[in-house]
Design a protein around this ligand. Structure first.
Ligand code: SAH
Ligand code: DHB
Ligand code: MG
Length: 222
């Protein structure tokens, strides 16, 4: 099994099930052209996020980690016209790219992009009383995942869906001696999730165009 094969299978399914979309395709191209790291979810993963939001009937979504707005657009399109997605991005240059992509997508009225470190913007959000969110997507700096889990739980209610990207990292997650701050953050995040009586969670490994990784899926109990 090889990266080449994983990519071919991703392409096969995406060609069949994820039709080309001018806005999403332009967002990916624009993000790459602007020099953003290739960390956006793959098209079939973006569609998974959208399906999860639709299955939940989400009206409010929180995303931590916007990059160029690719996953943001997938998620925001699942919302009803009066829905709202708040997305948090630390890097002002990335946020500028996201902002123009969200505008091209016609989603500026639905998406509220907040620039700043999430550990600084999350407490401000708490003061606004917008929570609970129906779906929360955690996809920013992995060392902060334990903090993001605490915030996600604060911003949750019964039935809130939690998704966290990149929890496998090429299998690195199983190394208890790892000194990689991302691995340590992910392991701590998973341990906290496991010990949290308010959630039911699982983890899924994935291979594909982005290599070998995976995601956490959880729901807050009623
Ligand atoms: N969700 C995006 C990819 C996000 S990549 C997609 O799938 O399209 C991770 C993003 O988190 C990067 O843009 C990075 O700048 C941002 N980030 C890193 N540290 C952060 C922090 N402390 N607060 C908010 N965003 C952060
Ligand atoms: C990285 C971050 C991501 O959100 C991702 O999907 C892939 C890689 C990273 O920081 O390496
Ligand atoms: Mg990610």
């Amino acid at each position: 099994m090889s990266q080449e094969q994983w990519k071919a299978v991703d392409t096969y399914f995406a060609d069949l099930l994820v039709p080309p979309d001018p806005v999403l395709d332009a967002t990916r191209k624009d993000s790459a052209a602007a020099g953003l790291p290739p960390h956006n979810v793959a098209p079939n993963q973006g569609k998974l996020l959208q399906l999860l939001a639709q299955m939940r009937g989400a009206c409010t979504i929180l995303e931590i980690g916007t990059l160029g707005g690719y996953s943001t657009i997938w998620l925001a399109r699942a919302l009803p016209p009066d829905g709202r997605l708040i997305t948090l991005e630390a890097n002002p240059e990335y946020a500028a790219v996201a902002s123009r992509n969200i505008a091209w997508a016609g989603l500026s009225a639905v998406v509220d992009l907040r620039v700043g470190k999430a550990t600084e913007t999350l407490p401000l959000l708490a003061q606004e009383g917008i929570a609970p969110f129906d779906l929360i997507f955690i996809d920013a700096d992995k060392p902060s995942n334990p903090d993001y889990l605490a915030w996600a739980l604060k911003f949750s209610g019964p039935g809130t869906v939690l998704v966290a990207d990149n929890v496998v990292r090429n299998g690195g997650v199983v190394d208890p001696t790892s000194t990689d701050p991302s691995i340590r953050g992910i392991r701590r995040f998973c341990e906290l999730l496991a010990a949290e009586p308010r959630v039911s969670a699982t983890a899924i490994q994935t291979v594909g165009s982005k290599g070998y990784d995976g995601f956490i899926l959880a729901v807050v109990k009623g």
